[in-house]
Design a protein around this ligand. Structure first.
Ligand code: NDP
Length: 318
């Protein structure tokens, strides 16, 4: 029986190749025909002509996957596969990665909540001036976290916040009856935002989420609340909507991990605003060992003609 031709076109191709070699027994039906990061047509000619399966970051795959004549399955290394939505790939199975980001994302969200809640920056400023001053600090169980997107990541962030005693509200497309979470859908968006001391976006990028956080949205957030965006940058319609909401005092601040353009250009106004905290799309990185475990499970499903895990739904956009 001829082997399934696999191409690894990834920034982490060395790690994936070495893991493939370690699991050669389990992956005996697969043959790696290319491993690298190049996406020029000469090196990728064999990939384009012969590969049936591709492991790749979606931003890389989006540049050439539509030219691969034999391609049937892309194992993406990311949770959000919105960039592939625009490519002509609806005939191909695209599987994402889930179940590997929640711990890191929970750490990210809770670190910033505790940073603001325990007034770490204010104490640091007082210390730099040699001032001993006790600041009033509430307890976290009096605070509410709102989570936009109760998917694989949002659910786990909810549980971590519950464990710290926070009240948790969630907003998604459908009610899921998650213990410890008061759920909102559809037109109840502003009833939801108005109650949250901290609001984290964990929605995917889709036609309906692009531009969702506009001036009206920020005006409907609770006064002095904090907005955390770790979903996708395009949810903010334009930077001035967020900056104005902070400058006018509706919001105390924002924490942004994702941006419409990454890297965020050096001249971007977000850098200059002291109440905007920036990280570099590192809230929950795709760690190759964990991604490869998902691939291994899917590779066996693929050879046995079983449904793949975490398939991207091109109709829903996530
Ligand atoms: P899932 O696909 O598991 O969940 C998505 C959730 O969003 C679902 O609850 C869905 O509702 C909800 N949803 C989608 N569209 C809407 C809408 N228009 N209005 C309301 N709710 C909506 O995704 P994950 O939890 O795995 O990942 C979420 C996102 O996090 C990724 O798409 C990615 O963009 C981002 N991410 C960021 C990382 C980082 O490092 N910053 C790392 C990993 C992921 P329903 O279930 O009802 O359909």
């Amino acid at each position: 029986m001829s082997k399934i031709k696999l191409a690894i076109v990834s920034r982490d191709y060395k790690e994936y190749l070495s893991m493939f070699e370690c699991e050669a027994q389990l992956l005996q039906n697969y043959e790696v025909i290319y491993a690298g990061t190049d996406n020029d047509s000469v090196k990728l000619r064999r990939v384009q002509n012969e590969s049936e399966v591709l492991i790749s970051e979606p931003d890389i795959a989006a540049k050439f996957a539509h030219k691969c004549q034999s391609l049937l399955w892309i194992q993406s290394t990311w949770a959000g596969n919105n960039v592939l939505q625009k490519s002509d790939l609806k005939h191909i199975k695209v599987s994402g990665v889930k179940g590997i980001f929640a711990q890191r994302m929970s750490e990210y969200v809770l670190s910033y909540i505790l940073y603001f809640h325990r007034k770490i920056e204010q104490y640091q400023n007082l210390k730099s001036k040699g001032v001993w001053q006790q600041l009033p600090i509430d307890i976290l169980s009096n605070k509410t976290l709102g989570i936009m997107g109760l998917g694989s990541i949002g659910k786990q962030v909810a549980s971590a916040a519950n464990n710290l005693g926070m009240k948790v509200l969630g907003y998604s497309n459908s009610i899921k009856n998650i213990t410890g979470v008061s759920e909102y859908i559809g037109d109840d968006l502003y009833a939801f935002t108005a109650k949250c001391d901290y609001l984290v976006n964990l929605l995917p990028e889709t036609d309906t989420t692009i531009g969702m956080c506009d001036a009206k949205f920020f005006n409907h957030m609770k006064k002095n609340s904090i907005f955390i965006n770790a979903g996708r940058g395009s949810i903010i319609d334009e930077p001035t909507s967020l900056i104005m909401a902070i400058n006018k005092g509706f919001l105390s601040g924002a924490v942004l991990d994702v941006f419409e353009q990454e890297p965020l250009p050096q001249e971007h106004p977000y850098y200059l605003n002291p109440n905007i905290h920036i990280t570099c799309h590192t809230a929950a990185v795709s760690e190759p060992t964990s991604v490869f475990e998902v691939f291994l499970e899917n590779a066996q499903r693929y050879t046995n003609n079983n449904e793949l895990l975490y398939l991207h739904d091109f109709n829903k956009g996530y």
